[in-house]
Design a protein around this ligand. Structure first.
Ligand SMILES: Nc1ncnc2c1ncn2[C@@H]1O[C@H](COP(=O)(O)OP(=O)(O)OP(=O)(O)O)[C@@H](O)[C@H]1O
Ligand SMILES: [Mg+2]
Length: 247
C-alpha cells in the first residue's frame, strides 16, 4: 500500500520520513521538498505528477541515491541510504535501483547488448552469466533479435526499451522512471507503458514514475501529486480536502 502520512508499516519496502531538500542559489533558498513522507510496498506502482519545478526529479534523485537530502531519511529494504558514503552508495545503487529517464542515455558507440551489460560490469558475474542476464532482459523487452544494433539503428520506442532492459538487468529492488514516455508518440508510449505494467504485474517489480501525462499516470496503481513540497493523493486533491490545498 502507498501512504503519504508517515504512518506506514515499518515493513514497507521504501520508507521516506521528513524528507527535506533546500537548494541555495545565490543568496536565495529554494524549499523544494518540505518534510515529505512516503511509504511504498513491494509490487506497488506509483505515479508522481505536479507542475514543472515542483520537485519531482529532485524526489526521484533522492530516492535513487543520486542526491543527498537537507534533512530527513530514506530507508529501502531496511537500508538507511541517507547516511551512506560515496562508494557504499554507488554499490547500493547498482544493486537496488534501475533508472529509466526521458532521454534514453544510451551510449551511441555501444550495441544494445553492450549498453544493457554495463550495470553488470560492476558485479562479480562471469561473462557467460552476464550474457545470460542481458539476453533475458532483452527478451523481456522484445529486442533480443536487435541486440547487436547500435542506438542510432533503433527507433525512439526501441531505444527506450533498451533503457528498460538496462534498468532491469541486475534485477533491482525498484525502478525509478522520470517521464519515460516524454519523448515518444502515443503508440510507442502505449507500448512502453504496457511493458512497465508487465514488469509490475508479471515480474512483481516496484515502480515509481514521474509523468506529466494523465493517461500514463492512469496506468499506475496510485497517483500522487507534489504540492508545496509534500505528496498529496489525487483523490484528496479532487475533493479539496487538503488544508490550504488546490481550490
Ligand atoms: N542543482 C540545483 N540547484 C539549484 N536549484 C535546483 C537544482 N536542481 C533543481 N533545482 C530547483 O528545484 C526545483 C525543483 O526542480 P525539479 O527538477 O525537481 O522539478 P520537476 O518537478 O522535476 O520539474 P519538471 O517537470 O520541469 O521536470 C526547481 O525550482 C529547480 O530550479
Ligand atoms: Mg523533472
Amino acid at each position: 500500500m502507498i501512504r503519504v502520512d508517515g504512518r506506514g508499516d515499518s515493513k514497507s519496502l521504501i520508507q521516506v520520513r521528513g524528507l527535506t531538500k533546500t537548494y541555495r542559489r545565490g543568496g536565495e533558498e529554494i524549499h523544494v521538498l518540505q518534510r515529505l513522507n512516503l511509504d511504498v510496498d513491494k509490487g506497488d506502482f506509483v505515479a508522481f505528477m505536479g507542475p514543472s519545478g515542483s520537485g519531482k526529479t529532485t524526489l526521484l534523485n533522492l530516492l535513487g541515491g543520486l542526491d543527498v537530502p537537507s534533512a530527513g531519511g530514506i530507508t529501502v529494504d531496511g537500508d538507511e541510504i541517507t547516511h551512506m558514503s560515496g562508494s557504499k552508495l554507488t554499490h547500493w545503487r547498482a544493486r537496488h535501483v534501475g533508472f529509466i529517464f526521458q532521454m534514453y542515455n544510451l551510449i551511441p558507440v555501444l550495441t544494445a547488448f553492450q549498453n544493457v551489460e554495463l550495470p553488470l560490469l560492476l558485479t562479480k558475474l562471469s561473462s557467460s552469466e552476464r550474457r545470460h542476464h542481458v539476453e533475458t532482459a532483452l527478451s523481456v523487452v522484445g529486442l533480443r533479435e536487435r541486440m547487436n544494433h547500435y542506438p542510432r539503428q533503433l527507433s525512439g520506442g526501441q531505444e527506450q526499451r533498451v533503457t528498460i532492459a538496462r534498468a532491469i538487468v541486475s534485477d533491482p529492488t525498484f525502478l525509478l522512471c522520470d517521464e519515460p514516455t516524454g519523448d515518444l508518440d502515443r503508440k510507442s508510449a502505449d507500448e512502453i507503458m504496457a511493458l512497465i505494467e508487465e514488469l509490475v504485474g508479471k515480474h512483481g517489480k516496484t515502480v515509481l514514475m514521474v509523468t506529466h501525462d494523465p493517461m500514463v499516470a492512469a496506468r499506475a496503481h496510485t497517483t500522487l501529486h507534489l504540492d508545496k513540497g509534500v505528496l498529496v493523493e489525487a483523490s484528496q486533491l479532487e475533493q479539496g480536502v487538503v488544508a490550504g490545498g488546490v481550490a
